[in-house]
Design a protein around this ligand. Structure first.
Ligand SMILES: Nc1ncnc2c1ncn2[C@@H]1O[C@H](COP(=O)(O)OP(=O)(O)OP(=O)(O)O)[C@@H](O)[C@H]1O
Ligand SMILES: [Mg+2]
Length: 199
């Protein structure tokens, strides 16, 4: 199966889940993340708002709020084509829909924060394997934005969030693909080597 066939199949599977299944999986995802020292220690955490049947971050966001952590969301960078930047997400944050129909904080230049200043980034994904390879929606946005992590191993920690059924045995990795350090699913945690646990 090629990448686009795989995307189509898993996206269909993801969208076909019931409300109860989504709800339970969202709780499971939070349970897995909460069991890691990296999650507990991180003060700035980037998440995504669920789109296209991605595993729901609703409980995760609520937990981060209760722990008084700084929450950031990805925003399409208005100047750097194909890149994301991150903006703080709070109760009063003004939101708008981007050209993909995804809700994001309205861009304010003075509020945008580069990924390198965020301790832990939760990435949505379409498929993953146990070596940390990630298949996204195909835009290359996360790969471009996080390309700098090839050189600097310590910040940010990249955590893929998914349903466990999105795991496939071997995913073809392209030269530009940025690997994940941790993958949290509704039922499991997949940890790759050399992960630092400092805050
Ligand atoms: N660092 C980069 N510099 C330039 N182009 C890039 C870079 N990373 C990815 N791309 C381009 O983005 C396109 C899509 O990449 P890919 O198929 O890996 O997307 P994806 O990982 O599924 O998407 P995303 O990262 O948005 O979740 C590729 O054709 C590739 O040329
Ligand atoms: Mg990629």
């Amino acid at each position: 199966m090629n990448k686009s066939e795989l995307r189509k199949l898993i996206r269909q599977q993801r969208r076909s889940l019931s409300k109860a299944q989504r709800h339970n999986a969202s709780r499971g995802l939070l349970r897995q993340l909460r069991s890691t020292p990296e999650y507990l220690a991180a003060k700035r955490v980037a998440v995504y708002l669920t789109n296209d049947g991605e595993i729901d971050t609703q409980w995760l966001i609520q937990d981060l709020q209760q722990r008084c952590k700084e929450i950031y969301l990805p925003v399409l960078h208005p100047l750097r084509k194909g890149h994301l930047t991150f903006i703080r997400y709070q109760k009063n944050t003004v939101m708008s829909r981007n050209r993909f129909g995804i809700s994001e904080p309205s861009f304010r230049h003075n509020k945008a924060l580069s990924a390198r200043f965020i301790r832990l980034i939760c990435l949505p994904l379409v498929a993953f394997d146990e070596r940390g390879n990630r298949l996204g929606m195909g835009g290359g946005f996360y790969d471009r934005t996080l390309a700098f992590t090839h050189k600097k191993g310590h910040l940010p920690l990249l955590v893929g969030c998914a349903y466990d059924f999105q795991r496939i045995s071997i995913l073809p990795a392209e030269s530009w693909d940025i690997p994940l350090k941790l993958i949290a699913t509704d039922t499991s945690l997949y940890r790759l080597l050399n992960v630092s646990t400092t805050g």
